[in-house]
Every structure is written in structure tokens, then in C-alpha cells.
Design a binder for this molecule. Sequence first.
Ligand code: ZN
Length: 148
Amino acid sequence: MSDLRELYQEVILDHQRRPRNFHRLEDANRQAEGFNPLCGDRIHLYLRIEDGVVKDVGFEGSGCAISTASASMMTESLKGKTEAQAEELFEKFHDLVMGRQQADPAGLGKLAVFSGLREYPVRVKCATLAWHTLRAALQGSLETVATE
Ligand code: ZN
């Protein structure tokens, strides 16, 4: 586990320092906001979806390293995915960080480092915030998603 923990910290810190796709998307056609009251993490997620495919994605917000890194890595993995694939990724990621038995890191790519979160259960909501917000954006919900 120690290799995984090291990799986890390295990847999280890298994405916290240089979040990818950290900007407002002017031509977004889906968006949602998320809030994790436990930690104070906030995210505003923007998506541009054309013909059922995620063409572009961006986010703004402020939060802890885990929520920022998770959002950053999520946006990286979403481009080019269909809405169904994005939903599938949500399920896989959720299973992984919840430590569910059926969790299958295959297909998650770099997101697999979040399996290290099983050791920090209180941070799971930080890691899943962006993903719940993604789901709300895909479903066209305009209300703020809270992790509670
Ligand atoms: Zn947090």
C-alpha cells in the first residue's frame, strides 16, 4: 500500500497546484453547483455537450486538495465521453472510493489512485463532490447539489 499512498499524494498535490480545466466555460450548455458542508468544498461545473458527447468541460470553485484534485482529474477524463460513459465513470469511481467489493479500477486510468481514500473515509465526500455535481449537470438540474 505504501507505493499507492505515495503515488496518491503525488497525483493529488500535482492537481491541486495546477488544476486542469480550471476555468468558466463560456459556451457551456449544462452546468451545476456542488457544496460539501462537511469540508466547505464548493464547485461550479460547466459542460458543453453536443450530440450526446462531452465536447468540453471546465470548473471553478474552492476547496481542499482532494476535492480540487478529484474535480481536475474528472474533467480530464470526461472529454470525448458520451453521457452514458460519463454516468458509467461516475458509478465506477463511486464504487472505488466507497471501497465496494465490485470496485474495478480498470477503465478508471489515473483516477484509480483514489482507491487510497479507503484509508480516509471522512474525505470520501470531498472526492465525490465533483462527481455528484457532474451527475446533476448531466441530468440538467439547476439546484445546488449537497453531499449531505
Ligand atoms: Zn474537502
